[in-house]
Design a protein around this ligand. Structure first.
Ligand code: C2E
Ligand code: MG
Ligand code: MG
Length: 571
């Protein structure tokens, strides 16, 4: 380095120092190895060391263990290059207390470009840091019990806080107090709150050192246990909790007894475990589910979630995630199953059935995904799409000259109860220009439980001119007298009765057909799989048949091909 360069370098450094300095500055100078050469009064004051104790000592004597190795490494990397480092540092004073400083370290380089001295200027920011920490604590603390709150648990999970090693078990305990609401109602919320506080304290006393307790809200607590070796360890924690809770609480001179329902899930950490957060979240769900089982048993007990449940929950979780995108990704489609006139063998129409093919899960059965669509509220838009597509399809077929006079679609009870349902149907009919008499809506007996509400909707639907059919007839355990009073056109005998034809199902099928005839309904038999069933139904004068014997549900194109190849499929 030339003299001029060196001077410029020093001047620039002095400017850095000057701009960082004021009367409250804590200043120290060390050599290149970090040995303290100079410390001002403020330095002595905050570090609580005398100047004699500092000079000649390694500067690291005031380091705390707060900062990571990476943090320290990157600091050294910066100053060894001759660059100024600025940042916040937690230091330790002589008496073991900690203080925070905002730090500027200015390195001085020799002619070879190696640092020979470091000047550090610090300012005390302990107060500000304390405030920040306090605010953070508050965000992660349940104000009532002063236990970690749900945020805190979530943070711990998302930080991947894991003292666990591979092949360790992790257990999650979901704990919900039994009949807590009645305690609140009987003794008031104040007592309820104090009880929760004391329960929290007793739970803390039951935790092993790897345990983490948080209050989820209400009377729910979650305990995470790391480094578990076997189920027995978890059971003893639970037994301890149950014992501790079995002693009555005395709150404001009131003796209160309480018990808890506990659900547990535990799992190995393996290399196959997905990311830690997902892994724990699914454990939480399982534990929650197991807790509900305890409740169903009347509470005051615990349940471990079984591998089968875990599997089902994991599957449900995955289904839910995939369903969220299924509509946008056009993963739904319809298949059609012919409705065959049993007298002349002609195909009169089709039932439209929804199918879902997902990129990762493959085909998912209707029995599995439809209840989930209902649970997630997606059945309304998807159901609307089904009806609209089916109507369009029939209109297309009719326009192409096929004499089909019925398309039936399944309507979920949730759709049926939706305030916009009748309007949606009206709009779809207008848009597709399908004559309403060709559309049949299949509802289940479950819809009719609230008969007065159902009646109103059915009447409005009839006013539109569509047909109503009762699907899976005979399985709903509802009173038959409703049939007389409702505007129903068709009943579909459930396939379970058809499958018993030839065993001992004749009487039931016969009865339903007679009932239908007397009330002037069209009767459809579904699930017909063989010729003898067809014959039996023909003898009993059932109107329409549907089932694998005629055709499985198929794509629209195939439906038409089969229809034209095999016009009289029943004969
Ligand atoms: P569902 O309305 O009673 O439909 C008849 C079911 O029986 C269909 O099952 C059909 O594939 C099946 N099936 C037809 N012929 C035979 C046969 O000969 N033997 C046997 N064993 N089964 C036969 P899928 O398609 O799996 O649908 C199951 C249920 O899912 C339907 O029962 C219906 O309740 C519901 N579903 C299907 N599509 C929709 C839809 O678009 N919306 C709503 N809400 N529900 C739907
Ligand atoms: Mg149906
Ligand atoms: Mg059915």
């Amino acid at each position: 380095m030339s003299l001029e360069n060196e001077l410029n370098h020093t001047l620039k450094k002095l400017k850095d120092i000057e701009s960082a300095l004021n009367e409250s500055s804590i200043v120290a100078i060390t050599d290149h190895k970090g040995k303290i050469q100079f410390a001002n009064d403020k330095f002595c004051e905050i570090s609580k060391y005398s100047r004699e104790e500092l000079i000649g000592k390694d500067h690291r004597m005031i380091n705390s263990d707060h900062h990571s190795k990476e943090f320290i490494k990157s600091l050294w990397k910066t100053i060894k290059k001759g660059e100024v480092w600025r940042g916040e540092f937690k230091n330790k004073a002589k008496d073991g207390t900690y203080y925070w400083v905002e730090t500027t370290i200015v390195p001085f380089l020799d002619e070879k470009g190696n640092p020979y001295q470091f000047v550090s200027i610090r300012h005390d920011i302990t107060e500000r840091k304390r405030m920040e920490e306090h605010m953070q604590d508050m965000a992660y603390l349940d104000p009532l019990t002063l236990l970690p709150n749900r945020n805190s648990l979530n943070k711990r999970i998302s930080d991947g806080h894991m003292t666990n090693k591979l092949n360790d078990h992790v257990a999650v305990l979901f704990l919900d107090l039994d009949r807590f609401k009645s305690i609140n109602d009987r003794h008031g919320h104040m007592i309820g709150d104090l009880l929760l506080k004391e329960v929290g304290q007793r739970l803390v006393g039951c935790l092993p050192h790897t345990g983490f307790l948080s209050r989820q809200g209400g009377d729910e607590f979650v305990i995470m246990l790391d480094q578990i070796n076997n189920k027995q360890e978890v059971v003893s924690v639970i037994q301890n909790i149950e014992r501790q809770l079995s002693f009555p609480f005395y709150i404001r001179n009131k003796k209160i007894s309480i018990s808890a329902s506990i659900g547990v899930s535990m799992e190995y950490i393996t290399t196959k475990s997905p990311n830690y957060q997902e892994f724990i979240e699914s454990l939480m769900k399982e534990a929650n589910h197991a807790m509900y089982q305890s409740k169903q048993q009347g509470g005051h007990t615990y349940f471990f979630s079984t591998p089968k449940q875990s599997f089902e929950m994991a599957r449900n979780y995955q289904l839910q995630r995939e369903i969220e995108k299924a509509f946008e990704l056009n993963e739904y489609y319809l298949v059609y199953q012919p409705l065959v006139n049993l007298e002349n063998g002609e195909v009169e129409g089709a039932e439209a059935l929804l199918r879902w093919k997902n990129a990762t899960l493959g085909m998912v059965s209707a029995a599995e995904f439809i209840p989930m669509l209902e649970e997630m509220g997606h059945i309304i838009p998807v159901g609307r799409w089904v009806i609209s597509s089916a109507c369009k399809q029939l209109k297309n077929w009719q326009n192409s000259g096929y004499h089909l006079n019925k398309v039936s679609v399944n309507v979920s009870p949730i759709q049926f109860r939706d305030a916009y349902f009748v309007n949606d149907i009206k709009r779809i009919l207008e848009e597709t220009m399908l004559d309403p008499k060709y559309l049949e809506l299949e509802i289940t007996e479950g819809v009719l439980l609230n008969i007065e509400v159902a009646r109103k909707t059915l009447v409005k639907l009839k006013e539109l001119g569509v047909n109503i059919s009762i699907d899976d007839f005979g399985t709903g355990y509802s009173s038959l007298s409703y049939l007389k009073h409702l505007p129903v056109d068709t009943i579909k005998i459930d396939k379970s009765f058809i499958h018993e034809l030839g065993v001992d199902g004749e009487i039931i099928v016969n009865t339903i057909i007679n009932l239908g005839r007397n009330l002037q309904f069209t009767v459809i038999a579904e699930g017909i799989e063989n010729e003898s069933q067809v014959t039996a139904l023909q003898q009993q004068k059932c109107d329409i048949g549907q089932g694998y014997f005629f055709s499985k549900p198929v794509h629209a194109k195939q439906f038409i091909t089969e229809l034209t190849c095999n016009k009289n499929i029943a004969n």
